[in-house]
Design a protein. Structure first.
Length: 73
């Protein structure tokens, strides 16, 4: 908890979805889910200000399993 004094600004939307602005100009983005690559600081600000906001993005999942041999690709 002592390291929170280094945080200048923060937004916590869920336990595994938050944005921190830390001293030294560093930003920490944590988002668990398929759209992790599409999450930015602006997205956090937009959702924080309007919980009903939505964005449609395309997500690809390269993971697949061959059910005959149970090998993942």
């Amino acid at each position: 908890m002592g390291k929170f004094k280094l945080v200048k600004e923060d937004i916590f939307l869920a336990p595994k979805s938050y944005w921190l602005d830390v001293d030294g100009g560093r930003e920490v983005l944590v988002h668990k889910g398929g759209a992790k690559t599409h999450v930015t600081r602006e997205w956090y600000m937009d959702v924080y200000n309007n919980l009903n906001s939505t964005r449609f993005v395309t997500i690809t999942n390269p993971f697949s399993i061959d059910l005959k041999s149970l090998v993942s690709y």
